[in-house]
Design a protein around this ligand. Structure first.
Ligand SMILES: [Zn+2]
Length: 145
C-alpha cells in the first residue's frame, strides 16, 4: 500500500513517555510471534497510559482482534478518567513496519493514531499513522524521557 507523507500534517504528532513505550513493548515481546495489541489514552497528542488488550484473532500471527469485553471496559475507564483515546497499537512481529490492507479496512477511529511496532535489530521500531481520506498517513512519533 502507499504511505503518503503529507507536509500539511506536521501539526499532527503523537508523543509518549519511555515508561509507556516500555509497557507496550513488554506486552508485545511477551506475545511474539503472535501479534499483540492495545489502546493508548491521554490528552491531545500525548499518550500517558497504555492498556494492553488480549488478541483473540483466530490467526494471531498475522492479525489482531481486541477482546471485545476488555476493549469496552478499557474505553469506559478512559472516559471515566476524562481522558481520550489517542492511540491504537499492535505489533507486526514479522513485519512490515506499516499498516496492512486489513489494518486499513478495520480502522475506524479518525481521531486516534495507529501505531505499528515491528522488529528492528532486536528492538521494536514504532511508527505512527493517522487515517485521512481512507488512507494512512504517517505522523511523527516522539518518545520522551
Ligand atoms: Zn497490522
Amino acid at each position: 500500500m502507499q504511505i503518503i507523507r503529507d507536509v500539511t500534517l506536521t501539526m499532527h504528532t503523537l508523543s509518549l513517555s519511555i515508561t509507556v513505550y516500555n509497557v507496550i513493548t513488554k506486552h508485545l515481546s511477551a506475545h511474539t510471534p503472535n501479534e499483540a495489541c492495545g489502546l493508548l489514552a491521554g490528552t491531545a497528542q500525548h499518550a500517558t497510559q497504555a492498556y494492553p488488550i488480549a488478541n483473540v484473532a483466530s490467526t494471531p500471527r498475522t492479525h489482531y482482534q481486541m477482546e471485545p469485553q476488555s476493549q469496552l471496559t478499557t474505553m469506559l475507564a478512559i472516559e471515566a478518567q476524562q481522558q481520550a483515546l489517542v492511540g491504537i497499537f499492535h505489533s507486526h512481529p514479522a513485519g512490515p513496519s506499516q499498516p496492512s490492507e486489513t489494518d486499513l479496512q478495520l480502522a475506524t477511529y479518525p481521531n486516534a493514531a495507529y501505531l505499528i511496532f515491528s522488529p528492528l535489530n532486536n528492538r521494536w521500531l514504532a511508527r505512527a499513522f493517522r487515517l485521512q481520506t481512507q488512507q494512512f498517513v504517517e505522523i511523527p512519533l516522539i518518545i520522551t524521557a
